[in-house]
Design a protein around this ligand. Structure first.
Ligand code: MN
Length: 235
């Protein structure tokens, strides 16, 4: 055992459906504006501007229990008055690689989960206007809640599945994962030209239209057909 001056930080580990094993998280990559409807609601033209990547720290991943009826409580973050939800399909990488060809991309996928790319939209907007990095809007504590992982072999239809988010029970986002501009395979291929992917990496693949604010005390339920939904309340 190395002589650390304090215990090394352990990142989140996701529960795997039907297993007592855990999936340890390394990095959290995110795709921006990967659904045309969301790109438009954010004021950009998806026909002219392709999607892009940004990152959250691995310890921003917040594991959400998925026992039926469970609503996980997470802290409402400081310094925002416009705290937005973005429901997303999360891809969990099980095999590393660089310059992964599109046709090989699925061999690198361990499984999938529902995630929320939580965003301090007011802070993100200020940084966008100033041409500055997005971290204070995107990469804060608990900004990436993730539900239970399903192994890829269990959910063959997850890349053309209904994706929805409800705020206090009212549906606010409703689309299909096959409306992504970059498919999951294309996303893995492009991302792996920029960073070597490793087991434990998560990729948030973008959100459909309908994003909006959640207030303190309200609950969000994110769902994707075939995956375990997740419910969180920010307190
Ligand atoms: Mn997003």
């Amino acid at each position: 055992m190395a002589n650390y001056v304090f215990p090394p930080h352990l990142f989140a580990a996701l529960h795997i459906a039907g297993s007592d094993q855990l999936f340890p998280v390394r990095r959290v990559y995110c795709v921006g504006r990967n659904y045309a409807g969301h790109a438009r609601e954010m004021g950009s033209d998806p026909d002219r501007e392709p999607p892009f990547f940004f990152c959250k720290p691995g310890d921003a991943a917040a594991v959400v229990p998925v026992a039926p009826g469970t609503v996980a409580e997470l802290p409402y973050p400081p310094q925002t008055s416009n705290y937005h939800y973005e429901c997303e399909l999360v891809v969990a990488i099980g095999k590393g690689g660089s310059d992964i060809p599109v046709e090989d991309a699925h061999q690198h996928i361990f499984g999938y989960a529902v995630g929320l790319d939580m965003t301090r939209r007011d802070l993100q907007g200020k940084m966008k206007d100033a041409g500055r990095p997005w971290e204070i809007g995107k990469a804060f504590d608990y900004s990436a809640p993730v539900g239970q992982l399903r192994r890829a072999s269990e959910v063959p239809g997850v890349e053309s599945a209904g994706i929805a988010l409800a705020l206090d029970g009212a549906v606010r986002q409703s689309s299909s994962t096959d409306h992504m501009i970059w498919s999951v395979a294309e996303t893995i291929a492009k991302l792996s030209t920029l960073f070597r992917l490793e087991p434990g990496d998560l990729i948030f693949t973008g959100t459909p239209e309908g994003v909006g604010a959640v207030e303190r005390g309200q609950s969000l339920t994110g769902s994707i057909d075939g995956l375990d939904s997740l419910s969180v309340k920010f307190v």
